[in-house]
Design a protein around this ligand. Structure first.
Ligand SMILES: Cc1cc2nc3c(=O)[nH]c(=O)nc-3n(C[C@H](O)[C@H](O)[C@H](O)COP(=O)(O)O)c2cc1C
Ligand SMILES: [Mn+2]
Length: 502
């Protein structure tokens, strides 16, 4: 198989795997869907297709990405690490030796060539074309997610723009607050490529918004690629076939032919509106702030279009798994510049920007600090507020073990680095918006040059005794199923961790 070609194929796959439930009962897009979904997400439950949403003829799909299993299914991969391997294969390509390697190398090159989007003459996203007053956002079951949200918000859009200087396409996921039937706000945060395209514009910038694309394309809109790389290239590479595009009807932008719904419109450079409040992935409401206004010029869609949605809020929510996909998929790229990094973990409870745990092959004094500064210099990871560095043998995904290392190996005076730099647009904690304090905690074993006394050995049982006890376990008659702990602290299966391991 290959990743699903469009949202319908994805829904069919989810359904055949018992990963989707259709809800026939009428539900309110104002708050009720959020409450239902919140309960389902936090249980690791199925995707939900609400077929009867109050006030709209369109069904609403939510929680399509809500577990690690579904996130991997979206890529048709056994795990998110397997998706990352596909990328590292290409990134780490060496000149091939011998015929077999050459053929394999050619296949890899073909996968890169296939990633370029392809234009086609027509697509199902334009089965219905609505322009002028016929184009109305009132047709869509847009959710008001949380009680104090300013209005309904479109929450899972792939927003397409072109850099007015270079023409390079950008696709990003930015929430859109409904201002009326033909206007929304565009929540382009300060660090984002979409914002940069808009700032480089004189007058007006054309915008197209794809709703309900195949899941890999939807994911790619959320991926933090460098500005000059088209997210649709990543989508094509990960899908193993190019994204097909058709020309939009009222703007000079090519849009994914397979989408359920396309919103076309323009944004004027000097027109801003108050956006928010919005219950955000920080777990708090982001306060009202000025953002650009999107004016709808057309809606095109499939005849029986399905509207995709997502709710963010206190973690864990569905977006946790989009974030985990990025964490895994970008590891090979991070290793290209910081090869001493073994693994990293962005805890879901830390809303991704708040904390990064990283394990390194430490080989010189100050190595942990070198890696902290590297992370603070890498793409969107530069916004990370706290970094914990551990040695290569520590499992960064085991938070108990990380906490143990922090407690055991850190002299706060010597090993905590306090510095400052750019912070996430939405972070409400720093004194100033966008800029503030950062902390690095060096929880590695220290070297004499770092001012430490001789580091004591870690406790470990001998292999002989472990084997002996494994062999004799049944004899003891102790009713506990216990693999050798190797002197490690216990791995308590707390609810969040259990969810993470699903
Ligand atoms: C569900 C979801 C909602 C998001 N909402 C926003 C948003 O409203 N504004 C924003 O700037 N980024 C938002 N993001 C993050 C961006 O999509 C992400 O940073 C992406 O890399 C931006 O693309 P760009 O770097 O090409 O601008 C959201 C991500 C997800 C998964
Ligand atoms: Mn981008």
């Amino acid at each position: 198989m290959a990743p699903p070609r469009d949202l319908r194929e994805w829904i069919a796959r989810l359904e055949s795997e018992g990963e989707l439930v259709r809800v026939a009962a009428e539900v309110d897009p104002e708050l009720e869907i959020t409450e239902i979904n919140d309960r389902v997400v936090k249980q690791g439950g199925p995707a939900l297709l609400f077929e009867n949403v109050k006030g709209s003829d369109r069904p609403l799909l939510i929680n399509q990405f809500g577990t690690e299993r579904r996130m991997a299914m979206a890529f048709d991969a056994p795990s998110l690490d397997a998706v990352a391997e596909k990328l590292s294969d290409v990134l780490e390509m060496q000149p091939p030796q011998g015929l077999v390697e050459k053929v394999r190398g050619l296949q890899k090159l073909k996968s890169i060539a296939d990633s370029r989007p392809k234009t086609v003459r027509s697509g199902p996203c334009q089965e219905i074309v609505l322009e002028g007053n016929d184009a109305s956002l009132d047709l869509l079951p847009i959710q008001k997610c949380w009680p104090d949200d300013a209005a309904p918000f479109i929450t899972l859009p792939a927003v397409i723009t072109h850099d007015p200087r270079s023409g390079v396409r950008n696709v990003g996921m930015y929430r859109m607050q409904k201002l009326g039937p033909r206007a929304t706000a565009m929540h382009w945060q300060i660090h984002k490529d979409g914002r940069a395209d808009y700032l480089a514009t004189d007058g007006k910038i054309e915008v197209a918004v794809a709703l309900g694309t195949d899941p890999v394309t939807t994911y790619s809109a959320s991926a933090p690629l460098p500005k000059h790389i088209d997210e649709l290239m990543l989508a094509g590479f990960l899908r193993g076939e190019p994204v097909e595009l058709v020309r939009a009807k009222t703007v000079a932008i090519d849009v994914p032919a397979n989408a359920e719904i396309i919103l076309e419109g323009v944004i004027a450079k000097d027109e801003l509106t108050e956006e928010g409040p919005f219950g955000d992935h920080t777990g708090y409401y982001t306060p009202p702030e000025q953002f650009p206004v999107f004016h709808l010029t057309a809606i095109t869609m499939r005849r029986d279009a399905i509207y995709p949605s997502i709710v963010v809020g206190k973690p864990p929510q569905e977006d946790a798994w989009l974030g985990k996909a990025t964490e895994r998929i970008f590891l090979p790229a991070i290793r290209m510049t910081v090869p001493e990094i073994v693994d990293y973990d962005l805890p879901i409870a830390g809303a991704f920007h708040n904390c990064c745990i990283v394990s390194i092959r430490k080989s010189f004094p100050g190595h942990a600090q070198k890696v902290m500064h590297a992370i603070w210099g890498l793409g969107m990871l530069s916004l990370t507020k706290a970094i914990v560095v551990v040695d290569e043998w520590v499992d960064v995904h085991d938070y108990d073990e990380v906490m143990f290392r922090i407690g055991a190996n850190v002299d706060p005076q010597r090993d905590v680095l306090i510095t400052e730099g750019p912070l996430d647009h939405l972070d409400h904690a720093p004194t100033r918006q966008f800029y503030g304090g950062k902390m690095g905690i060096d929880a590695t074993h220290k070297l004499p040059e770092e001012g430490a006394r001789e580091w004591p050995p870690e406790i470990e049982m001998t292999p002989e005794v472990r084997e002996l006890v494994d062999r004799r376990w049944a004899e003891y008659g102790i009713p506990v199923d216990t693999p050798a702990g190797n002197g490690r602290i216990s791995q308590s299966p707390r609810p969040l961790r259990r969810l993470l391991r699903r």
